[in-house]
Design a protein around this ligand. Structure first.
Ligand SMILES: [Zn+2]
Length: 165
């Protein structure tokens, strides 16, 4: 089917909006265990009894074979590899001033990547930073001094000892 290209010009509509609302996230039993263990500076995954993959953050079912994964929680490593990332260049509520790197990182002992911020990258040249991240940058986990059971208890740091580069 062809599309007409000689349609009359229409003024395109833009509608400004803003979302700002509170909400409560129900983590469930397995993810609650994940958040509780963050207070102990431990990152937990759940092992699927069928495909044997370790899923991080720990969750109640496998995203590949849908098997319940509540019974086998395992601690994963604190070094990993960047699988994909974005560099935020606009301010975002709750995040530091841009530019900010957010990446999915495959931690040692895990078969699924976990999302968090990455620090320790020179962001003076965003293209150079992106090239380093694209190369599968090695990162390490750094926990806050006081963890409170939130995903923000840790972030990734480029070039940590043991994390390589
Ligand atoms: Zn599975």
């Amino acid at each position: 089917m062809s599309q007409q290209t000689d349609e009359p010009d229409v003024e395109l509509v833009t509608i400004p909006g803003q979302w700002n609302f509170g909400y409560t996230y129900f983590a469930g039993r397995v993810a609650s265990a994940f958040f509780h263990e963050l207070k102990n500076k431990r990152i937990m995954g759940s092992r699927c009894p069928q495909c044997v993959r370790v899923l991080v953050p720990a969750r109640g079912f496998c995203d590949a074979c849908y098997a319940p994964t509540e019974r086998d929680l395992v601690e994963v490593g604190t070094t990993g590899t960047v699988e994909t990332f974005t560099i935020l260049t606009e301010p975002f509520p709750g995040l530091p001033e841009p530019p900010v790197v957010v990446a999915l990182v495959l931690l040692e002992g895990s078969d699924s990547a976990v999302l968090n911020a990455v620090t320790g990258i020179d962001l003076g040249d965003l293209d150079a930073a992106a090239a380093r991240l694209l190369a599968g940058m090695r990162v390490g986990v750094e926990f806050r001094a006081e963890c409170e059971g939130r995903i923000t208890d840790f972030h990734f740091v480029a070039d940590l000892p043991g994390g390589g580069s």
